[in-house]
Design a protein around this ligand. Structure first.
Ligand SMILES: *[C@@H]1O[C@H](CO)[C@@H](O)[C@H](O)[C@H]1NC(C)=O
Ligand SMILES: *[C@@H]1O[C@H](CO)[C@@H](O)[C@H](O)[C@H]1NC(C)=O
Ligand SMILES: *[C@@H]1O[C@H](CO)[C@@H](O)[C@H](O)[C@H]1NC(C)=O
Ligand SMILES: *[C@@H]1O[C@H](CO)[C@@H](O)[C@H](O)[C@H]1NC(C)=O
Length: 251
């Protein structure tokens, strides 16, 4: 998935899939899409000289610089990178300004961006902003814009304190990562905030029940996902749209 024709195909798909409606008021889609095209064309240009498109070397995968204030992956090997697109869930004790929304898990599809992260890292910070503006596909076999990403698994909560990343699909089994939150960093100022802010960046470590060599997961480049400050006028449970990149490390 890293030849120039492949990328051109992606670009064609992006133009077809440009969303209309849903988040238009909250989001200037064209600005980031323009940035995405711009960077991709730089890569295409550069590839003539150094063969950027010829390999997908996962050892080249690196977390964004801002993540350096989370515990470093150290000697662990980058395994996969997924773009998560879904919702953060919250509950409210009542619908007054006196109570605050409480986090109550998350549900997201994970799309495989491993080779994009390995070969075109500068695209990674833009992808969640674009992904946020694209409604979740109803069909699990659909490729996800802006780079025709394949579904690689599902993120949800196993219980109230255990984020799970299930990378077993009927078509391919890549294991399960059960995690525990070990570190948190407020999203950077330039994060895409959606209506009420971008959720924090996270460092999660693998716990019992993990299937495979996974040791840690980082949630970075978050877009949206934070709740309103108070519960005023809100239902007892509600969801907030978000997208983020998840980096999986292992031994
Ligand atoms: C969106 O961004 C594009 C490109 O940066 C700009 O030309 C356009 O004026 C912006 N539109 C709005 C509504 O801000
Ligand atoms: C990391 O933390 C240090 C000390 O708190 C701070 O000065 C620096 O700006 C932070 N860097 C990033 C990338 O957040
Ligand atoms: C979160 O909300 C989604 C959509 O309403 C729902 O399918 C899911 O079960 C909820 N998950 C949790 C952990 O509450
Ligand atoms: C992600 O895509 C790469 C390249 O096609 C593939 O090697 C890898 O197995 C995929 N990972 C998952 C978890 O699907």
């Amino acid at each position: 998935m890293h030849s120039i024709p492949f990328l051109l195909l992606c670009l064609a798909a992006v133009s077809l899939a440009a969303p209309t409606g849903l988040f238009d008021d909250a989001y200037n889609y064209s600005g980031d899409l323009a940035k995405f095209y711009g960077k991709v064309s730089q890569y295409i240009h550069g590839s003539k000289n150094n063969g950027l498109f010829s390999t997908c070397d996962t050892s080249k995968i690196a977390l964004p610089g801002f993540a350096s204030n989370l515990t470093s992956p150290g000697d662990l090997k980058p395994m996969y990178v997924g773009v998560g697109r879904g919702t953060q869930n919250y509950t409210c004790a009542d619908s007054t300004a006196k109570s605050e929304p409480k986090a109550a898990g998350a549900v997201a599809n994970l799309y495989n961006a491993t080779c994009i992260a390995a070969s075109y890292p500068a695209l990674m910070e833009i992808i969640p902003k674009i992904a946020y503006a694209i409604p979740l596909p109803q069909n699990e076999d659909s490729l996800f814009p802006p780079a025709n990403m394949e579904l690689m698994g599902h993120h949800f909560f196993y219980d109230s304190s255990t984020p799970e990343f299930n990378l077993d699909l009927s078509s391919k089994k890549n294991g399960i990562v059960m995690t525990k939150k070990k570190g948190e960093l407020n999203a950077p100022k330039d994060a895409f905030k959606g209506k009420d802010g971008a959720v924090s960046w996270l460092y999660l470590t693998a716990t019992d029940g993990t299937v495979g060599d996974y040791k840690s997961v980082y949630r970075v480049n978050t877009a949206g996902g934070s709740p309103p400050k108070t519960c005023q006028g809100l239902e007892s449970s509600f969801t907030v749209q978000y997208a983020a990149n998840y980096y999986f490390f292992g031994k």
